[in-house]
Ligand binder design. Structure first.
Ligand code: SAM
Length: 233
C-alpha cells in the first residue's frame, strides 16, 4: 500500500536552517510563523470556524531531512546524545514517512487574499510543507497527569548575555523586527548546541530572520557575540 499526499500550505518562518530551531513548539513563543494555504484550499470556507480555537495541530513533512531515511534507534538530545531509544519512542526528524506533528498557537486568520494563518511558537523551518490542520480540543487532548518518559519537564535554560557589539549590530539595522531580540533570547536559552559539544572557545552561528547570530557558551551562560544583519551584507 502507498498513499500520495499533497501539501495544503507552506510555512513562512524566521528559522532559515535546522540548527537553532527549538526542539518542540512553544519553547520560543516570540517566533512569528505564518501558514499560507495553497489552491484549492486557500478559500475562506476551508477555515470557517477555526478562528474560535486558540491552538491547532499541524501535520507536516520534515522535508529537509526526508531524503536521509531513518534508523530503528535514535539518540534524543534530552538523553545527552549517548543513549538510544526506538524511533517511535522519539520525536526525531529521521523517521518512516518523515511526518511531523506540532501544536501551535493560532493568533489570527487572514482571508483578505487567499488564506494565511498567523501562528506563534512553531518549531518549523521556513518553507515546511504542511499536510493538514486540525483544531486542538483541550477537554480531550490536555492530559496534565500524563507520563512524559525521558522528556518529563521542560529543558534546563541557559542565561543569555548580550555583548555590546551584538546590541549595537541590531540597533544599527533600522529594519530590525521588534520581536527579534526576544526570539534570539528564547532560541539561545534552549542551548542549540549538539548534546555532545561543550567547547567554551567555539563560536557558533545561527541563521535567524536573515541574520547570522554568532554566540558562544561558557558554563550555563550564552554570550551573544555579534549579529551580522542583512544591512551589513
Ligand atoms: N514537534 C515536531 C514533532 O514532534 O513532530 C517536531 C519535533 S523535531 C525534534 C523538531 C526539529 O525539527 C526542530 O528542532 C528542527 O530542527 C526540525 N525541523 C523543523 N522543520 C523541519 C523541516 N521542515 N525539515 C526537517 N527538519 C525540520
Amino acid at each position: 500500500m502507498s498513499y500520495t499526499l499533497h501539501p495544503i500550505g507552506l510555512i513562512s518562518s524566521p528559522y532559515q536552517e535546522k540548527f537553532g530551531i527549538p526542539r518542540q513548539p512553544a519553547l520560543a513563543p516570540s517566533a512569528p510563523v505564518s501558514l499560507t494555504l495553497l489552491p484549492p484550499y486557500n478559500q475562506p470556507d476551508c477555515v470557517r470556524g477555526l478562528e474560535a480555537f486558540s491552538h491547532v495541530w499541524l501535520t507536516f513533512v520534515f522535508h529537509e531531512t526526508l531524503a536521509r531515511g531513518w534508523q530503528p534507534l535514535v539518540r534524543p538530545p534530552r538523553l545527552g546524545g549517548n543513549n538510544k531509544v526506538g524511533v517511535f519512542a522519539s520525536r526525531a526528524t529521521h523517521r518512516p514517512n518523515g511526518l511531523g506533528l506540532s501544536l501551535v498557537e493560532l493568533k489570527s486568520i487572514d482571508t483578505q487574499q487567499g488564506v494565511t494563518l498567523h501562528l506563534a511558537g512553531a518549531d518549523l523551518l521556513d518553507g515546511t510543507p504542511v499536510l493538514d490542520i486540525k483544531p486542538y480540543i483541550p477537554f480531550v487532548e490536555a492530559k496534565p497527569d500524563a507520563r512524559g518518559g525521558f522528556v518529563d519537564g521542560p529543558p534546563p535554560l541557559l542565561a543569555v548575555q548580550w555583548q555590546p557589539k551584538a546590541r549595537a549590530d541590531l540597533q544599527a539595522w533600522q529594519l530590525a523586527p521588534p520581536w527579534l531580540p526576544g526570539l534570539i533570547d528564547e532560541v539561545l536559552a534552549q542551548d542549540p548546541r549538539p548534546a555532545y559539544q561543550d567547547d567554551p572557545a567555539r563560536v557558533y552561528g545561527i541563521r535567524l530572520a536573515h541574520c547570522d547570530v554568532r554566540f558562544a557558551v561558557q558554563g550555563d551562560t550564552v554570550q551573544v557575540l555579534e549579529i551580522i544583519t542583512p544591512a551589513q551584507n
